[in-house]
Ligand binder design. Structure first.
Ligand code: ZN
Length: 257
C-alpha cells in the first residue's frame, strides 16, 4: 500500500513537472556567440520543435531568419522568399517556447513598433520576466531584413548586416513572432524586444526593423523559466572570446536606423 502511495506521489510530481515544461523559454547558444560569428548550427530544427512550437532564430551558416509558428519552422532567406527547411537543417541560435497566450490586446488604430512596445509594457509590466509575443493582423507597412548565408572563415555579424537585404511591404496580412527578454540576459539573448514577421500567404517575412499595424490582435504569454542549451561540439564556440561587452554591436545589428 505504502509503495502504491509513493508511486502515485511520484507520478503526480512527474505530471506537474511536465506541465511546467510549458512555461519554459528554450534557447540554444548565445547572442554574443552569434555576434562573434559562431554560425555553425548546433541542434536541428527537428530537435528545436521538441522544445517549442513558437520562436525565432537563424540557420546554419547564418542562412536567413527563422520564424517558428504553430510548430512549423520557416526560413526567410536573403532572396526575401520563405522556405520550409528540412528537419535536419541546424540552427546556431534560436529561442522557442510552447506558446499559450494569456492576454490578448486588440489593436484598432495605426500603431508603430514603439507604440506596440508601450502597449505590451503596460499590459505585461514585469520586465524581469520573459514575454512571448504574437501579433496577428493587417500591417500598413512592414520593413524587414534577412541575412545571406556565410562561408568560412565567418565574418562577425556586424559585417554581414552592414550589407543586409531589406524588404518593404505595404498592406500586408501576417504574424509577428518574438520575445521581450529581461535586461539581465544581456550577452545571452537580446534584452528587450526581438520580433520577426511572416506574411499570411507565407511568401514574405524577416527580422523586423520597423512596422505599422492598422488592426489586429496582440497575444502575450509571460514566462518564468529559462533553459539555455550551449553548443558542446561546435569548435568555434569553444574558441571564441565571450568576455567582451558586445552590446553596442548588438544595437547596430538589431535595429539599424
Ligand atoms: Zn532577428
Amino acid at each position: 500500500m505504502k509503495r502504491l502511495f509513493y508511486l502515485i506521489i511520484g507520478l503526480s510530481l512527474l505530471i506537474s513537472g511536465c506541465s511546467t515544461q510549458k512555461d519554459i523559454v528554450f534557447q540554444t547558444s548565445t547572442i554574443d556567440a552569434l555576434l562573434a560569428g559562431v554560425y555553425d548550427g548546433d541542434i536541428s530544427c527537428r530537435h528545436l520543435v521538441r522544445h517549442g512550437d513558437f520562436g525565432i532564430g537563424t540557420f546554419d551558416g547564418l542562412d536567413g531568419e527563422m520564424v517558428l509558428l504553430d510548430g512549423i519552422v520557416y526560413q526567410i532567406r536573403a532572396d526575401g522568399k520563405v522556405y520550409v527547411p528540412c528537419p535536419s537543417v541546424k540552427t546556431p541560435f534560436a529561442t522557442a517556447c510552447f506558446f499559450k497566450p494569456e492576454k490578448t490586446l486588440f489593436i484598432d488604430r495605426i500603431t508603430d513598433y514603439e507604440g506596440i512596445e508601450r502597449l505590451i509594457d503596460r499590459t505585461a509590466p514585469n520586465q524581469n520576466l520573459f514575454c512571448a509575443i504574437r501579433i496577428t493582423g493587417h500591417f500598413k507597412s512592414m520593413r524587414t531584413r534577412s541575412v545571406p548565408g556565410q562561408k568560412k572563415p565567418y565574418p562577425p555579424l556586424k559585417e554581414v548586416t552592414s550589407n543586409q537585404p531589406e524588404f518593404f511591404m505595404n498592406n500586408v496580412q501576417g504574424t509577428i513572432v518574438g520575445f521581450r527578454c529581461p535586461p539581465y540576459v544581456k550577452g545571452v539573448n537580446v534584452a528587450g524586444y526581438h520580433l520577426h514577421f511572416i506574411s499570411s500567404d507565407r511568401n514574405r517575412g524577416g527580422h523586423i526593423l520597423s512596422f505599422e499595424i492598422s488592426e489586429g490582435k496582440c497575444e502575450l504569454e509571460v514566462l518564468n523559466h529559462f533553459f539555455l542549451r550551449l553548443p558542446e561540439d561546435v569548435k568555434d564556440f569553444a574558441g571564441t572570446d565571450l568576455s567582451k561587452d558586445r552590446s553596442k554591436e548588438l544595437k547596430e545589428v538589431e535595429k539599424p536606423k
